[in-house]
Design a protein around this ligand. Structure first.
Ligand code: SF4
Length: 516
């Protein structure tokens, strides 16, 4: 390669004559060959011509540092009734449509480092007669993670158990929710507090999940999982289809009336709360005769039993394959020959029908049509099992300096709902209390909205929208506010607005309790 130390390269400084055309060409080639230093994050990559930096977000294009992915802009047009007009059916030649309302997202906007530099885009606009400002950036989140909700009854592993990807711990199983198992992944300890490999695998896992990709993981002492936002979970190689209708007790409460005329007893098998119809308040209320069938486990309240079996991937998230295994005793004198017993799981996927014989032993029997319909009804009331990935990150740190010289004013403005925070245009949940801790469902964001830097940390789009007056008051970078038509938008990807989502530029509170 011809370079500054190359003896074959002509040195224009040593010549008194005008440089030849060939020399000029070589000088230009050398200039173009210059390495550029990316200052968009602390890694400070030195990037050769035509190459990209470590995160692939920035590259050396013609000797110039360039953000390589296009900036994502979203537009909408409403008709007189306020309905979205599908204007993007028009031929698209790369230009923004002038008749549309426009929102510039942080996706592809680039980052600024060190943080005191103003954010890459600070856009002034007028919305319904009010001057607004949107500060647009890609935040580098060292403090971030993902909360993953997996709609399943199946046991995935003990609470607090390590969740691993390629053998590295990337998070843990956390408190289960109603019908769902939960994972807490990432966080600063796994990103920075362990080995370099742990940090990189954690970062890669978060990046893939947040960009809606699939990740295979294992739980210590539990199951193997395939998790992907908006898709059914795969547990130990089996795709989950149904999210349970409720716990065993709730299932009894919902369907008791529909069962009463067709069976004498129903036991809804559930790892958490197994329900027994005739003992349950619902059965009593319907004046059902006690059936004398006692299940194992610890009785909580009438007709509600805990710990009838061990957790597992069998009936109702227990480890049982034979439902009769949870029956402790059948009381003579209360139960009777011919008693009709339905046993069913909380999703209706497992079910069995028995009739007690003369010795009060349950014998498998053909399920009457009315009972089969009642079981089907459980399935009908189950929602599809999905994985939900919520990105969670701390935006209350130094990225605020790209918005204002006095960051606490931004924090307060967000807390007072004078500033709206969005991520790729999607609404975020702001945790109460100190800081700006945001949480966003990645499925509501455009695809591939996230990037990373090898510090390691995730890069996520973030936009702060407020009235211009409030921006000025908080000490915003007023000299950098530009209207959209003054922006040089070389590379733009235009996305149609998602009608189900609130428009980020909708009127904001003016602090008086009124919207303006
Ligand atoms: S990792 Fe990416 S953002 Fe950071 S310096 Fe390198 S190219 Fe720039």
């Amino acid at each position: 390669m011809s370079g500054p130390g190359d003896p074959n390269s002509p040195d224009p400084r040593g010549s008194t004559d005008a440089p030849s055309e060939q020399a000029l060409t070589e000088i230009k080639a050398k200039q173009a060959d210059e390495i550029v230093t990316c200052d968009a994050c602390p890694v400070l990559c030195r990037i050769r011509l035509g190459k990209t930096g470590a995160c692939d977000r920035y590259g050396n294009v013609d000797g110039r540092l360039a953000r390589l992915s296009p900036l994502v802009v979203t537009q909408r047009v409403l008709d007189a009734q306020g309905e979205l007009v599908p204007f993007l059916g028009k031929p698209w030649a790369g230009q923004l449509l002038p008749e549309a309302e426009t929102f510039v997202t942080g996706i592809g906007a680039g980052t600024t480092y060190p943080d005191y530099k103003p954010a890459p885009f600070i856009i002034g606009s007028e919305v319904a007669g009010v001057d607004m400002v949107t500060v647009v950036t890609e935040g580098i989140f060292s403090y971030c993670g993902a909360k993953v909700k997996i709609d399943t009854d199946r046991y995935i592993g003990p609470e607090q158990a390590a969740v691993r990807v390629n053998g590295e711990q990337v998070g843990h199983v956390t408190t289960a929710e109603y019908g769902s198992q939960m994972l807490a992944l990432g966080g600063v300890r796994h990103l920075t507090g362990g080995s370099k490999k742990e940090g990189n695998v954690t970062c890669d896992t978060l990046l893939t999940l947040c960009n809606k990709g699939a990740v295979d993981m294992t739980v210590d002492g539990g199951a193997s999982l395939r998790v992907q936002a908006g898709k059914p979970p795969v547990i130990d190689g089996q795709e989950e289809h149904r999210m349970r209708v409720g716990c065993g007790s709730a299932t009894i409460g919902i369907f008791a009336q529909q069962w009463r005329d067709h069976v004498d007893e129903v036991i809804v098998v559930d790892d958490h709360i197994t329900g027994v119809l005739t003992e349950h308040q619902a059965g009593r209320f319907l004046e059902m005769k006690p059936a004398g069938i006692r299940v194992r486990g610890r009785k909580s309240t009438p007709g509600r039993y805990f710990q009838v079996a061990n957790p597992g991937t069998g009936w109702g998230g227990t480890d049982i394959a034979d439902p009769l295994a949870i029956i402790e005793k059948i009381s003579p004198g209360i139960a009777w020959p011919g008693l009709r017993l339905l046993m069913v799981s909380t999703t209706g996927e497992h079910f069995a029908y028995f009739v007690l014989d003369d010795d009060l032993k349950p014998q498998a029997a053909t399920m009457p049509q009315a009972v089969a319909l009642a079981v089907e009804r459980i399935g009908e009331n189950c929602e599809p099992a999905l994985c939900t990935v919520l990105f969670m990150g701390g935006a209350g740190g130094s990225l605020r300096a790209g918005v204002t010289e006095n960051p606490i004013h931004l924090t307060r403005s967000v807390q007072q709902a004078l500033t709206r925070v969005t991520s790729g245009g999607a609404p975020v949940y702001i945790w109460p209390g100190g800081g700006i801790t945001v949480m966003v469902d990645v499925d509501t964001m455009p695809d591939n909205a996230f990037g990373y830097v090898p510090t390691p940390a995730l890069v996520a789009p973030i936009e702060f929208t407020m009235r211009r007056r409030d921006y000025e008051r908080m000490g915003g970078h007023m000299g950098y506010v530009r209207s959209l038509d003054k922006l040089r938008l070389d590379q733009v990807t235009l996305l149609p607005w998602r009608p189900a989502q609130p428009w980020p530029l909708d009127p904001l509170s003016d602090g008086s309790g009124e919207s303006e």
